[in-house]
Design a protein around this ligand. Structure first.
Ligand code: NAG
Ligand code: NAG
Ligand code: NAG
Ligand code: NAG
Ligand code: NAG
Ligand code: NAG
Ligand code: NAG
Ligand code: NAG
Length: 272
């Protein structure tokens, strides 16, 4: 047998093993297992947890950071507590963190949402008037939700002197809320604002078959697509069904390693 060929094979094997060891760790589906973050359970794609997961587990805009008892999501520069995630219809119940701030309880600008996020049309709105004088709030019979901030449901403009309110408060912002009624049916507007609103999202989806075949969903930022992280490697949609091979063990293993090797290199451009 040709010695040079043997040597070449040896080095190739060595290199392949080394390379695979480094990359299989990086692409591990295990690291994208469902997470718990600030009391929120079973967090999966497109969401991912900054503190405990690599970024390829989810979409960049869906990064959650965990505090003691809340998961925080940034949307268009504002911070929101995540109350609940509805994976089935791709919506999330969020509350702006400013409403939990005590004496400074309202954001000073209108909240905006850019793709992949979009306000759910079933939300309603509360108009917040800020920097209002205390004499005004008394004369209109409106109780501030915190110092100088008056909350009025968007549709109630007819029931009080709106002109006066606009004139005597420094500015106003509009905040979405999911429902104007909380459990008790009492119009505690600060609580209603804390209860949050629904935001829809639209991103590249990961198909159920990825999970059914033992994979985990992940995201490829190079192509902006969901991918399926499998034990063997990253697949476009789903893992390979397990197949049984027989016969000579060395050649199949070699070919498998070669295939793995190549797939790691070409995988991210989906030429396979
Ligand atoms: C999280 O997932 C586990 C296992 O699938 C399930 O038993 C549990 O009820 C889920 N918890 C929530 C809050 O959805
Ligand atoms: C959200 O944005 C704020 C400021 O813009 C930043 O300090 C914070 O780290 C961000 N949080 C996440 C989870 O990206
Ligand atoms: C999603 O489903 C939940 C209940 O499963 C529902 O309360 C919510 O309104 C739905 N969201 C959308 C956008 O339909
Ligand atoms: C309250 O809001 C102010 C101003 O936005 C901010 O500086 C402060 O850190 C917030 N405090 C808490 C406890 O969130
Ligand atoms: C609102 O305006 C008044 C006077 O016009 C001013 O004293 C106050 O600081 C302003 N409040 C805010 C929050 O800008
Ligand atoms: C509402 O307030 C404005 C400004 O204070 C005043 O001019 C107007 O007469 C008021 N309208 C009513 C119906 O009270
Ligand atoms: C928020 O939006 C409302 C209605 O779109 C507008 O009247 C108000 O001036 C805006 N507030 C700020 C602070 O930009
Ligand atoms: C979701 O995004 C895709 C691709 O960007 C787009 O074609 C589709 O219309 C969007 N769907 C919704 C409901 O926004």
């Amino acid at each position: 047998m040709n010695h040079n060929l043997l040597l070449l094979l040896f080095f190739f094997f060595f290199f392949v093993l080394l390379f695979n060891a480094a990359f299989s760790d990086y692409l591990s589906p295990d690291s994208c297992k469902p997470q718990t973050c600030g009391g929120l359970q079973n967090i999966t794609y497109p969401f991912w947890v900054e503190q405990s997961q690599p970024s390829y587990c989810g979409v960049p805009n869906f990064k959650l950071s965990c505090t003691d008892d809340k998961a925080v999501l940034n949307v268009s520069g504002d911070a929101y507590y995540v109350q609940k995630i509805f994976y089935n219809n791709r919506s999330v119940l969020l509350s702006n963190t400013q409403f939990f701030n005590g004496s400074d309880c309202a954001p000073r600008h209108n909240l905006t949402f850019s793709p992949p996020f979009r306000l759910n049309p079933s939300n309603t709105y509360i108009h917040l008037f800020e920097g209002c004088g205390s004499s005004l709030t008394g004369s209109l019979g409106l109780t501030p939700i915190c110092s100088g901030v008056i909350a009025v449901p968007y549709d109630y403009h007819g029931s009080f002197n709106y002109t006066k309110l606009v004139g005597e408060c420094n500015y106003s912002v509009v905040a979405p809320v999911w429902s104007l009624d909380n459990e008790e049916g009492i119009h505690d507007y600060l609580q209603i604002l804390k209860d949050g609103f629904l935001l829809n999202w639209n991103t590249s989806t990961c198909i159920d078959e990825c999970l059914q075949r033992g994979g985990r969903c992940g995201y490829d930022t190079a192509t902006n697509n969901a991918v399926c992280l499998c034990e063997d490697r990253v697949h476009f949609k789903k893992c390979k069904a397990r197949s049984v091979s027989s016969g000579n063990i060395v050649l199949p293993i070699f070919l498998l390693l070669l295939d793995l090797q190549l797939s790691y290199i070409i995988n991210w451009s989906y030429f396979w």
